[in-house]
Write a protein that binds this ligand. Structure first.
Ligand code: FAD
Length: 450
């Protein structure tokens, strides 16, 4: 590693134990210290590192903020962690062309704030937006509560600059909204979990902020009624900008962790509508009516302070759940919205059958449910039972026409299950693509494929 310090600069490379520990895990809590950490400050550093790693057959783990919940940013043996956090400049905000160019280490929430000042916004808003990076968002095709109306990260990526494992630089996509020359390499990199190339510059589409936003909280005494409300709203041709759901266990976890005044209920829907004032007023009336008919009592928030409070509550779910059990196995399955009541009922029965609690919440508007199996990893028997539950959940999800991951990707934790969804012909193609980009398996070795 001394040679690497000479090549890249000693202030950008560390083999100190404290650094190796800090960069040896992500939000999955799986731990494996790397052999070195490199903080790239520009593309030249990335090129120098990849050439060094390529010559010496050393794995590189690209890393944004390390908030991956699937272990996709966790090192493997002898790995060098490449942190992109110092490449954090917003290079260009071009509101006339609805376009921004950023470096990969820009924090999502910071971009949101900068755009908000100019009256524009970047729709993908993962709950981790205050600390995750745009590079990490692109690498896993992150989604968020607004996906139901505005789509996910991949819907906004127009251009990427990236470094291949042997140090060659590529550009994929265009600055314009349209562009169909050649294969769509940019879309291949979106969601590739750092296994194909290191993303060093990102061009994104942005939108003008809507005229108004109204937030509703609908409290239900029946979980089934709450989930049945979701397709009813959509079939009334109202597409909320968010339609989130929390079950009783999630509500209780939030209220005991950081009481925020959520009413005692079996389930709550958090619904947000945006657009021109008159349209939003009309849609609010329609949605309140649908919720009332389904037995809910509804609170309406139209001022930004109350709205921010509600969102702070929503974003606190993950830490709150850690306060009710030492380990949570967090899956992010997706089913068609009409299948939500069935999967929720299945989860309740599964929890009773295994006698292990499940807390569910998530992006009900697009069918993306975060299923949290609440266990203690130190209790080996209980943990093994929980892993059997995971398999059953995936089987049921696929039976309902869904997918085993809506936004967190595969990483390490889902690699053993990928072939439940991806079959031989498609898997051969994917492995062939990996070999074409990275025949030495330099980038994020050991991830995605079992
Ligand atoms: C509390 C909490 C809430 C969350 N909520 C959501 C949510 O609502 N929606 C959602 O989609 N996810 C959510 N996540 C998961 C996570 O925040 C996202 O996956 C996020 O996109 C990861 O970004 P990151 O910067 O932390 O990337 P990291 O965790 O550092 O890396 C993630 C993957 O991207 C790769 N990578 C990172 N940067 C680059 C780069 N420049 N080039 C190539 N590969 C790269 C890494 O190798 C790794 O495979 C949540 C996580 C937490 C802890």
């Amino acid at each position: 590693m001394e040679r690497l310090k000479g090549i890249i600069g000693s202030g950008k490379v560390s083999t100190e134990r404290a650094d190796l520990l800090c960069y040896g895990f992500d939000a999955s809590k799986i731990k494996k210290p790397p052999s070195a950490v490199v903080w790239a400050e520009d593309i030249t550093d990335v090129v120098k590192l990849t050439k060094f790693a390529y010559e010496n057959d050393l794995p590189i783990i690209p890393r944004g903020a390390g908030t991956s919940t699937t272990g996709s940013a966790v090192p493997v043996d002898n790995a060098i962690v490449l942190s992109l956090e110092r490449m954090d400049r917003i290079l260009e905000i071009d509101t006339d062309n609805l376009f921004v160019m950023v470096e990969p280490g820009v924090i999502n929430g910071r971009l949101q704030k900068e755009l908000g000042i100019k009256g524009f916004f970047y729709p993908p808003d993962p709950a981790s937006m205050d600390f995750c990076t745009i590079g990490g968002n692109v690498a896993v095709n992150a989604g968020g509560p607004r996906a139901i109306k505005y789509g996910v990260t991949g819907d906004y990526v127009q251009y990427l600059e990236a470094v291949l494992p042997d140090g060659r630089v590529i550009e994929a996509g265009v600055r314009t909204k349209k562009g169909v020359v050649g294969y769509d390499l940019k879309s291949l990199l979106v969601g590739s979990e750092g296994t194909l190339a290191i993303i060093t510059k990102i061009g994104l589409r942005i939108l003008p902020e809507p005229e108004t936003v109204i937030t509703l909280l609908a409290f239900y005494s029946s979980l089934r009624k709450a989930t049945e409300t979701v397709p009813r709203i959509i079939s009334q041709k109202v597409i909320p900008r968010t339609l989130e759901f929390m079950d009783r266990r999630t509500i209780e976890a939030i209220e005991s962790y950081n009481p925020s005044g959520l009413k005692d209920a079996e389930a709550v829907l958090l619904i947000e509508l945006d657009g021109p004032v008159k349209t939003v007023q009309r849609e609010t009336e329609r949605v309140v009516d649908i919720c009332n008919r389904m037995g809910a009592s509804v609170e309406v928030a139209d001022d930004s302070i109350t709205q921010q409070k509600i969102w702070a509550t929503r974003r606190a779910i993950s830490p709150a759940l850690y306060h009710i059990s030492p380990t949570k196995i967090n899956e992010d399955i997706v089913v068609p919205v009409t299948g939500i009541p069935d999967i929720i009922e299945f989860l309740e029965q599964l929890s009773q059958r295994y006698k292990i609690p499940i807390a569910s919440f998530g992006h009900a508007g697009d069918g993306n449910i975060h299923v949290n199996i609440m266990v203690d990893k130190k209790d080996q028997k209980q943990y093994e039972k929980a892993l059997s539950m995971v398999k059953e959940i995936f089987q049921e999800t696929l039976k309902l026409g869904g997918t085993i991951s809506g936004e967190h990707g595969v990483g390490l934790t889902k690699a053993d299950y990928i072939d439940m969804e991806i079959h031989n012909n498609e898997m051969d193609l994917m492995k062939g693509i990996k070999r074409l980009f990275d025949h030495k398996m330099i980038l994020n070795r050991g991830k995605v494929f079992p």
